[in-house]
Design a protein around this ligand. Structure first.
Ligand code: SAM
Length: 350
């Protein structure tokens, strides 16, 4: 959850900006990736376009979001990261950048009032929406029935915490995750679904801008840390553009951005190493817990002593005087593997 401005009750809201009219959208996106140009945004200025009508889904504009929230008596909470997108341009852009094939099954975490859901339904064979707030989850089928009646049978809603999601709870294996994530649990949710849903091949998620930079960072920089190395275990990740604050209600106190992920072969398979993901993540956590220390010192507790750490590091071909921020996930995998068959000389790792 991003720190947000005070959250007014829906009835007290100032009228949101007209959909698609925010100059921030055009200028902000123009300054970022090539795929997010000002002309993309400029061509998409009405809240409901002929394209939407052809797609069979009417998007939620600012007045719709306000009316729906008021009807539900919704008071967005910081605890659940409830900042809703009220700009049809933004959800169209997310659906487009997600590069969905028509036969894909999309997992959407936190559909909220349904803004993004309505953009995803025309683009995929099915949308599996996992929402923790029972009021929002309960209202979503009616919103979709009203605004996308011909696509309503593509939607499945699960009322639950996405951090507890298991593959067997879903009616079919999702191939893509597309979400405006609740920022307070964005990273753990993303890592969790990549872990428990091996069917996920790719995704596009919105999170806090600085978190996107950290997740997409490679070894060597200040932004690279345990979350970057863990995400790299599952996927290649890249920043896919900024999202202006003005597209949300309530307006968050932080900047947002899009992160694109694409599943990769697990580093252990690539290295032919017999080591579990949990064992590799244990090394990552230990190494970054004291990221200013040399690995010899940082991994002393994990290995049993500085001398044992040095032995394991040398066996893995890693310089013991190096710091964690210089190591790729493949390096961490070799270190865990060098310690023993399951990444642990002392026994199985959790
Ligand atoms: N997708 C909507 C949109 O773009 O307008 C809402 C996005 S809002 C940032 C995050 C949503 O995630 C909220 O609807 C919130 O209730 C839901 N949420 C928060 N924590 C969750 C969790 N652990 N599992 C599932 N949904 C969660």
């Amino acid at each position: 959850m991003p720190p947000t401005e005070p959250l007014p009750a829906p009835g007290l809201l100032p009228a949101p900006a007209v959909a698609g009219s925010e100059p921030a959208t055009a200028s902000d996106t123009a300054s970022d990736t090539a795929s997010d140009t000002a002309s993309d945004t400029a061509s998409d200025t009405a809240s409901e376009t002929p394209g939407d009508m052809a797609s069979g889904a009417r998007p939620l504009g600012p007045a719709d979001v306000r009316a729906l929230a008021a009807r539900l008596g919704l008071r967005p909470t910081k605890k659940l990261g409830q900042n809703f997108v009220h700009d049809p341009n933004t959800v169209r852009r997310i659906a487009r950048l997600a590069e969905l094939e028509p036969d894909e099954v999309v997992l959407e975490i936190g559909p909220g009032l349904g803004s993004l859901t309505l953009a995803l339904l025309p683009a995929a064979a099915a949308v599996l929406a996992v929402e923790i707030d029972p009021v929002l989850a309960g209202a979503l089928p009616a919103t979709v029935a009203e605004r996308a009646p011909t696509l309503a049978d593509r939607l499945t809603v699960l009322t639950m915490d996405a951090l507890r999601l298991r593959a067997e709870q879903l009616p079919s294996p999702p191939t893509a995750v597309v979400a405006n994530l609740p920022y307070n649990v964005g990273v753990p949710v993303l890592l969790h679904v990549l872990e428990v849903l091996p069917s996920l091949r790719h995704g596009l998620v919105m999170i806090q801008s600085e978190v996107v930079d950290r997740l997409a960072a490679g070894p060597g920089g200040r932004e690279y840390g345990a979350p970057s190395a863990k995400l790299a275990w599952y996927a290649e990740a890249r920043r896919a553009g900024p999202v202006p604050r003005a597209v949300f209600w309530p307006v968050p106190g932080v900047d947002s951005a899009l992160l694109s992920v694409r599943r990769r072969a697990e580093p252990a398979q690539e290295a032919g190493a017999e080591v579990t993901r949990a064992a590799v993540f244990a090394v990552v956590d230990a190494a970054f817990a004291q990221r200013r220390k040399s690995l010899r010192g940082a991994l002393a507790g994990w290995a049993g002593s500085p001398v044992a750490a040095e032995q394991v590091l040398r066996a893995a071909g890693v310089d013991p005087s190096t710091r964690a921020e210089r190591l790729s996930v493949a390096d961490f995998t070799r270190i865990a593997a060098a310690r023993g068959p399951c990444g642990s000389a002392a026994g199985p790792h959790t």
